[in-house]
Write a protein that binds this ligand. Structure first.
Ligand SMILES: CC(C)(COP(=O)(O)OP(=O)(O)OC[C@H]1O[C@@H](n2cnc3c(N)ncnc32)[C@H](O)[C@@H]1OP(=O)(O)O)[C@@H](O)C(=O)NCCC(=O)NCCS
Length: 181
């Protein structure tokens, strides 16, 4: 389930902060203490208030216990686009949590009438994220070279997207060639 962040999610957030990659792609400090994790949770609850997006805790469907986070970022909302980002705490990985969270986020995103395109950017080495994206119906579009600085280094990112009203799996019949004509 996708739900509001609660202070009781502090343990999940602290565990997420031990992942070497997660602090590089968001505002979570590495190996943060309880106060740092609570501050992160407070920031997530502010995202909707300040209009920058929706940051959800991903909870176990039965118990609601937090397993990770997923965000729908709305900086480009007026242009009809939103970006998606997610992370699952190390202990809860490889159980389909990221895939299920993405599958839940997509229909929620389409309740925002302005949105036509959901974008996801994945580093080429991140096969777990790439698999979750394609399993949730995002189509690969191509490589964005030198797209973003992450961890002090300019990185290439694979672009994935879902388009409103295009059935998943039919948007890009074949991945486009990365080499040009
Ligand atoms: C990427 C991440 C969110 C995946 O979470 P997850 O809940 O383990 O993902 P899922 O269980 O839904 O797995 C998705 C797919 O990746 C595969 N997978 C999971 N972990 C993997 C790994 N370490 N190596 C290779 N494949 C992996 C799964 O087998 C599954 O494959 P399938 O679709 O063929 O069944 C998690 O590894 C993470 O939080 N990483 C750090 C943050 C991050 O990279 N976020 C995404 C930025 S774009």
């Amino acid at each position: 389930m996708l739900r509001r962040f609660e202070d009781r999610d502090v343990g999940m957030v602290q565990e997420l902060s031990t992942d070497p990659y997660v602090p590089l792609i968001g505002t979570l400090p590495p190996a943060c203490d309880r106060a740092g994790a609570l501050a992160y949770i407070a920031r997530q609850r502010q995202r909707h208030v300040e209009g920058t997006g929706f940051s959800f805790a991903v909870g176990d469907a039965g118990s609601g216990q937090a397993l990770g986070m997923i965000g729908l970022w709305l900086r480009d909302r007026a242009l009809g686009r939103a970006q998606v980002g997610y992370a699952v705490m190390p202990r809860a990985r490889r159980r389909g949590v990221a895939t299920d969270a993405l599958r839940a986020l997509v229909p929620f995103a389409w309740t925002l009438p302005e949105l036509h395109r959901l974008e996801l950017h994945v580093e080429p080495w991140n096969s777990a994220s790439a698999s979750a994206a394609t399993s949730a119906g995002f189509a690969v579009e191509g490589l964005l070279r030198g797209y973003l600085e992450i961890g002090g280094r300019r990185r290439d990112l694979m672009s994935y997207a879902r388009i409103r009203d295009v059935p998943s799996g039919t948007e890009v019949p074949h991945p486009p060639s990365l080499g040009g004509a």
